[in-house]
Design a protein around this ligand. Structure first.
Ligand code: ADP
Length: 327
């Protein structure tokens, strides 16, 4: 028996940030040892929301590939590629769209939510509604056994399973229904206290310089009740403190907690310490990133090799899909 297959994707819609790294990519890196992993940069998914102005897409894809390699995605262990380089994603999406009832798509919780959230974009398109069908195709193409997801994405995975179940039922096949591997990392707050997200423009991009990281952390919101430096603060409502919880030692954490409550440490000092911890955490990342930036041929070769390997697997699945449908 070979290793089980794991499939996951990330959208190139902006610069990869600390939340993506802690909440998703670190998990990819630890899972790549145990699974045959297919990690895709899902540029077709990105197109569903940036189709009106895709001018940044090519650059974002490339930057994301570099970020992933610098984060520790290892091309010797995992297959890393651009989704659009494997045409079978679009092909299988079409076949799955035939068997997917509209009502299943319309009731996905994130569908209406995203449309409301991204008001500046017109997402009333066929492509955007079909986003979960494309996700189902991404997984089925590699006959993935496992998909690492955050809790917020569980409804998408459930829908993907439903689509595969319907396909299996209609065409008497037994393609696997992928299991989730739940990511337990809590959502990282962004600079404004909401979830860190590219859509909210409140992120700490991983490729920031140490100076940029410090400048960003200095802008973070803290306890709103704490107006003057000597006012006692409440660390429990402060995003900076939640970062300390992640990156600081237990000893220093207790110290900062006590100092904040006593009003004996100012927010600026506390933020400077926090920024230093993040800068330190990303030291290896920065080093590796600089290496890949200086060696574009290596990055190209990794992505080419990834697309070739992914295509082999995808072609096998498509042969079977077309046969059972009777095309
Ligand atoms: P964004 O909201 O910035 O567009 P994505 O939706 O592309 O991020 O998320 C890519 C991956 O990163 C997902 O697996 C998601 O769960 C994870 N992720 C995104 N934001 C955070 C966050 N603030 N904290 C933890 N994980 C996150």
């Amino acid at each position: 028996m070979g290793k089980k297959r794991l499939v996951s994707g990330i959208q190139p819609t902006g610069r990869m940030h600390l939340g993506n790294y802690l909440g998703a990519i670190q998990n990819w890196v630890s899972l790549q040892d145990d699974y045959e992993s297919f990690f895709m940069i899902v540029d077709l998914h990105a197109l569903t929301s940036v189709y009106e102005d895709p001018s940044q897409l090519r650059k974002s894809k490339r930057e994301l590939a570099i970020d992933l390699l610098a984060s520790g995605v290892d091309p010797e262990k995992a297959c890393l590629f651009y989704q659009s380089e494997v045409v079978e994603h679009a092909e299988l999406h079409l076949y799955l769209s035939m068997v997917t009832p509209l009502s299943w798509l319309e009731r996905v919780p994130t569908y209406k939510g995203k449309i409301a959230e991204l008001k500046e974009k017109d997402l009333h398109t066929y492509g955007f509604l079909g986003y979960p069908v494309l996700q189902a195709a991404d997984i089925l193409l590699y006959q993935g056994d496992v998909v690492p997801v955050g809790k917020d994405q569980l409804p998408h995975l459930e829908l993907a399973r439903q689509i595969v179940r319907r396909f299996n039922h209609l065409y008497k096949t037994d393609f696997p229904e992928a299991d989730e591997s739940l990511t337990h990392f809590p959502l990282l707050p962004g600079l404004d206290g909401r979830k860190m997200s590219k859509s909210y423009k409140n992120t700490i991009p991983l490729s920031s310089t140490p100076e940029e990281i410090t400048a960003l952390v200095l802008k973070m919101t803290t306890d709103p009740q704490r107006v003057r430096r000597n006012d006692p603060g409440n660390p429990e409502v402060c995003s900076v403190f939640s970062y300390h919880k992640l990156f600081n030692t237990e000893y220093s954490l207790k110290k900062i907690d006590a100092q904040c409550r006593a009003g004996s440490i100012g927010c600026v000092d506390c933020k400077q310490q926090c920024a230093a911890l993040i800068v330190d955490k990303l030291a290896t990342f920065r080093e590796k990133r600089a290496y890949f930036e200086a060696n574009p041929d290596i990055v190209d070769a990794v992505l080419d090799r990834g697309a070739k390997r992914a295509s082999e697997v995808a072609k096998d699945t498509m042969k079977c899909v077309k046969k059972v449908i009777g095309l």
